[in-house]
Design a protein around this ligand. Structure first.
Ligand code: G3P
Length: 226
Protein backbone atom coordinates (compact mmCIF):
# COMPACT_ATOMS: atom_id res chain seq x y z
CA UNK A 1 0.00 0.00 0.00
CA UNK A 2 1.28 3.45 -0.89
CA UNK A 3 1.36 5.75 2.13
CA UNK A 4 0.98 9.48 1.70
CA UNK A 5 0.90 12.52 3.96
CA UNK A 6 -2.33 14.50 3.84
CA UNK A 7 -0.90 17.90 4.73
CA UNK A 8 0.88 20.93 3.28
CA UNK A 9 2.91 22.04 6.28
CA UNK A 10 6.46 21.86 4.95
CA UNK A 11 8.07 21.40 8.38
CA UNK A 12 5.79 18.46 9.14
CA UNK A 13 6.39 16.93 5.71
CA UNK A 14 10.15 17.33 6.13
CA UNK A 15 9.96 15.59 9.53
CA UNK A 16 7.78 12.73 8.36
CA UNK A 17 9.72 11.90 5.17
CA UNK A 18 12.89 11.69 7.25
CA UNK A 19 11.48 8.87 9.38
CA UNK A 20 8.70 7.06 7.53
CA UNK A 21 8.65 5.25 4.15
CA UNK A 22 6.40 7.84 2.53
CA UNK A 23 5.32 7.66 -1.12
CA UNK A 24 4.09 11.21 -1.47
CA UNK A 25 1.90 14.06 -0.31
CA UNK A 26 -1.75 14.88 -0.90
CA UNK A 27 -3.17 18.35 -0.61
CA UNK A 28 -6.60 19.85 -1.03
CA UNK A 29 -7.81 23.47 -1.12
CA UNK A 30 -8.62 23.47 2.63
CA UNK A 31 -5.19 22.09 3.54
CA UNK A 32 -3.48 24.72 1.37
CA UNK A 33 -5.75 27.44 2.76
CA UNK A 34 -4.65 26.57 6.30
CA UNK A 35 -1.03 27.40 5.45
CA UNK A 36 -1.85 31.11 4.91
CA UNK A 37 0.91 31.22 2.29
CA UNK A 38 1.10 31.47 -1.49
CA UNK A 39 0.12 27.97 -2.69
CA UNK A 40 2.66 28.09 -5.52
CA UNK A 41 5.53 28.56 -3.06
CA UNK A 42 4.16 25.87 -0.74
CA UNK A 43 3.71 23.31 -3.53
CA UNK A 44 7.19 23.97 -4.95
CA UNK A 45 8.70 23.52 -1.49
CA UNK A 46 6.80 20.26 -1.02
CA UNK A 47 8.01 19.00 -4.41
CA UNK A 48 11.59 19.92 -3.44
CA UNK A 49 11.30 18.05 -0.11
CA UNK A 50 9.76 14.85 -1.46
CA UNK A 51 11.72 14.75 -4.72
CA UNK A 52 10.61 14.28 -8.31
CA UNK A 53 9.86 10.54 -7.96
CA UNK A 54 7.32 10.95 -5.16
CA UNK A 55 3.61 11.47 -5.78
CA UNK A 56 2.11 14.91 -5.26
CA UNK A 57 -1.67 15.34 -5.42
CA UNK A 58 -3.10 18.81 -6.03
CA UNK A 59 -6.77 19.63 -6.52
CA UNK A 60 -8.30 21.63 -9.37
CA UNK A 61 -10.57 24.38 -8.04
CA UNK A 62 -13.13 25.25 -10.75
CA UNK A 63 -16.46 23.43 -10.83
CA UNK A 64 -16.71 23.34 -14.64
CA UNK A 65 -14.77 20.87 -16.78
CA UNK A 66 -12.97 23.49 -18.88
CA UNK A 67 -11.75 25.29 -15.77
CA UNK A 68 -10.68 22.00 -14.17
CA UNK A 69 -8.64 21.13 -17.27
CA UNK A 70 -7.00 24.57 -17.22
CA UNK A 71 -6.12 24.20 -13.52
CA UNK A 72 -4.81 20.68 -14.14
CA UNK A 73 -2.47 21.85 -16.88
CA UNK A 74 -1.11 24.64 -14.68
CA UNK A 75 -0.58 22.20 -11.78
CA UNK A 76 1.31 19.66 -13.87
CA UNK A 77 3.34 22.34 -15.66
CA UNK A 78 4.54 23.71 -12.31
CA UNK A 79 5.15 20.47 -10.45
CA UNK A 80 6.20 18.05 -13.18
CA UNK A 81 5.97 14.30 -13.45
CA UNK A 82 4.34 12.25 -10.73
CA UNK A 83 1.91 15.05 -10.04
CA UNK A 84 -1.68 13.88 -9.90
CA UNK A 85 -4.60 16.25 -10.31
CA UNK A 86 -7.51 15.73 -7.94
CA UNK A 87 -10.84 16.35 -9.60
CA UNK A 88 -14.13 16.25 -7.66
CA UNK A 89 -16.25 13.23 -8.65
CA UNK A 90 -19.17 15.22 -9.99
CA UNK A 91 -20.52 15.27 -13.58
CA UNK A 92 -18.24 18.15 -14.67
CA UNK A 93 -15.37 16.27 -13.00
CA UNK A 94 -16.04 13.07 -14.96
CA UNK A 95 -15.95 15.15 -18.15
CA UNK A 96 -12.65 16.75 -17.10
CA UNK A 97 -11.15 13.37 -16.15
CA UNK A 98 -11.95 12.04 -19.64
CA UNK A 99 -10.35 15.05 -21.33
CA UNK A 100 -7.28 14.91 -19.06
CA UNK A 101 -6.86 11.19 -19.71
CA UNK A 102 -6.68 11.93 -23.43
CA UNK A 103 -4.10 14.64 -22.73
CA UNK A 104 -1.95 12.26 -20.68
CA UNK A 105 -2.57 13.95 -17.32
CA UNK A 106 -3.06 11.60 -14.37
CA UNK A 107 -6.12 12.25 -12.23
CA UNK A 108 -7.69 11.24 -8.95
CA UNK A 109 -11.46 11.30 -8.61
CA UNK A 110 -11.84 12.95 -5.23
CA UNK A 111 -14.66 13.90 -2.85
CA UNK A 112 -15.93 10.33 -3.08
CA UNK A 113 -18.76 9.44 -0.70
CA UNK A 114 -20.36 6.59 -2.66
CA UNK A 115 -19.16 3.53 -4.62
CA UNK A 116 -21.02 4.74 -7.72
CA UNK A 117 -19.05 8.00 -7.75
CA UNK A 118 -15.83 5.99 -7.57
CA UNK A 119 -16.95 3.64 -10.34
CA UNK A 120 -17.82 6.55 -12.65
CA UNK A 121 -14.54 8.38 -11.97
CA UNK A 122 -12.56 5.19 -12.64
CA UNK A 123 -14.56 4.48 -15.80
CA UNK A 124 -13.95 8.05 -17.00
CA UNK A 125 -10.20 7.41 -16.71
CA UNK A 126 -9.09 8.39 -13.20
CA UNK A 127 -6.03 6.50 -11.94
CA UNK A 128 -7.06 6.98 -8.30
CA UNK A 129 -10.35 7.41 -6.47
CA UNK A 130 -10.42 8.98 -3.02
CA UNK A 131 -13.18 7.93 -0.60
CA UNK A 132 -13.39 10.10 2.53
CA UNK A 133 -13.61 7.48 5.27
CA UNK A 134 -14.21 9.70 8.28
CA UNK A 135 -16.58 12.06 6.53
CA UNK A 136 -18.66 9.07 5.37
CA UNK A 137 -18.75 7.84 8.99
CA UNK A 138 -19.95 11.28 10.07
CA UNK A 139 -22.87 11.01 7.65
CA UNK A 140 -24.04 7.90 9.49
CA UNK A 141 -22.61 5.34 7.05
CA UNK A 142 -19.62 3.05 7.39
CA UNK A 143 -16.62 4.66 5.65
CA UNK A 144 -14.47 1.53 5.88
CA UNK A 145 -17.22 -0.60 4.36
CA UNK A 146 -17.82 1.87 1.53
CA UNK A 147 -14.07 1.94 0.80
CA UNK A 148 -13.93 -1.87 0.72
CA UNK A 149 -16.90 -1.90 -1.67
CA UNK A 150 -15.04 0.51 -3.94
CA UNK A 151 -11.95 -1.69 -3.80
CA UNK A 152 -14.11 -4.71 -4.76
CA UNK A 153 -15.61 -2.84 -7.72
CA UNK A 154 -12.18 -1.82 -9.05
CA UNK A 155 -10.83 -5.36 -8.68
CA UNK A 156 -13.92 -7.15 -10.01
CA UNK A 157 -14.05 -4.97 -13.09
CA UNK A 158 -10.26 -5.06 -13.65
CA UNK A 159 -10.20 -1.27 -13.67
CA UNK A 160 -6.88 0.49 -14.08
CA UNK A 161 -7.50 2.60 -10.98
CA UNK A 162 -6.58 2.31 -7.33
CA UNK A 163 -8.19 3.44 -4.11
CA UNK A 164 -6.58 6.41 -2.38
CA UNK A 165 -8.37 6.24 0.95
CA UNK A 166 -8.49 9.60 2.72
CA UNK A 167 -10.01 11.37 5.71
CA UNK A 168 -8.91 9.14 8.58
CA UNK A 169 -9.37 9.83 12.26
CA UNK A 170 -7.19 7.01 13.55
CA UNK A 171 -4.47 4.55 12.61
CA UNK A 172 -6.73 1.50 13.07
CA UNK A 173 -8.86 2.60 10.10
CA UNK A 174 -5.74 2.75 7.93
CA UNK A 175 -4.62 -0.68 9.13
CA UNK A 176 -7.98 -2.26 8.37
CA UNK A 177 -7.87 -1.00 4.78
CA UNK A 178 -4.21 -1.99 4.47
CA UNK A 179 -5.17 -5.55 5.46
CA UNK A 180 -7.90 -5.47 2.83
CA UNK A 181 -5.35 -4.67 0.14
CA UNK A 182 -6.26 -1.14 -0.94
CA UNK A 183 -3.65 0.50 -3.15
CA UNK A 184 -2.97 3.70 -1.25
CA UNK A 185 -3.93 5.72 1.79
CA UNK A 186 -3.28 9.29 2.81
CA UNK A 187 -3.34 10.40 6.42
CA UNK A 188 -2.65 13.48 8.51
CA UNK A 189 0.72 13.62 10.34
CA UNK A 190 -0.95 12.90 13.70
CA UNK A 191 -2.48 9.68 12.33
CA UNK A 192 0.84 8.58 10.80
CA UNK A 193 2.65 9.24 14.10
CA UNK A 194 -0.01 7.16 15.85
CA UNK A 195 1.02 4.08 13.80
CA UNK A 196 3.88 3.55 16.26
CA UNK A 197 2.72 5.55 19.26
CA UNK A 198 2.66 2.86 21.92
CA UNK A 199 4.13 2.91 25.44
CA UNK A 200 4.97 -0.82 25.13
CA UNK A 201 7.26 -0.08 22.16
CA UNK A 202 9.05 2.77 23.98
CA UNK A 203 9.40 0.62 27.10
CA UNK A 204 10.90 -2.31 25.18
CA UNK A 205 13.50 -0.04 23.54
CA UNK A 206 14.41 1.53 26.91
CA UNK A 207 14.73 -1.92 28.53
CA UNK A 208 17.18 -3.11 25.86
CA UNK A 209 19.39 -0.07 26.43
CA UNK A 210 19.23 -0.43 30.20
CA UNK A 211 20.05 -4.17 30.10
CA UNK A 212 23.00 -3.65 27.76
CA UNK A 213 24.46 -0.84 29.88
CA UNK A 214 24.78 -3.28 32.78
CA UNK A 215 27.82 -4.68 30.89
CA UNK A 216 29.91 -1.62 31.65
CA UNK A 217 30.76 1.92 30.49
CA UNK A 218 30.34 1.36 26.78
CA UNK A 219 26.90 2.06 25.37
CA UNK A 220 26.87 0.84 21.77
CA UNK A 221 27.91 -2.14 19.66
CA UNK A 222 30.38 0.00 17.73
CA UNK A 223 32.11 0.98 20.99
CA UNK A 224 32.58 -2.70 21.82
CA UNK A 225 33.24 -4.07 18.35
CA UNK A 226 34.96 -1.19 16.57
O1 G3P B 1 -7.95 15.45 1.13
C1 G3P B 1 -9.22 14.96 1.40
C2 G3P B 1 -9.40 14.34 2.72
O2 G3P B 1 -8.21 13.82 3.17
C3 G3P B 1 -10.05 15.22 3.73
O3 G3P B 1 -9.78 14.79 5.00
O4 G3P B 1 -9.78 15.02 7.43
O5 G3P B 1 -10.59 16.92 6.02
O6 G3P B 1 -11.95 14.85 6.24
P1 G3P B 1 -10.58 15.45 6.25
Amino acid sequence: MKLLIDDANVEEIQRLVEYYPIDGVTTNPSILGKQKRNPKEVLLEIREIIGSDALLFVQALPTDAEGMVEDAKAIVKLLGENTIVKVPSIPEGFKAIRILKEEGITTCGTVVFTPMQAYLAAKAGASYVAPYVNRIDNMGYDGIRVTKEIQDILVNHHMDCMVLAASFKNSQQVLELCEYGIGSATAAPSVIDAFVKNPAIDRAVEDFIHDFESLGEKKTMSEYLG
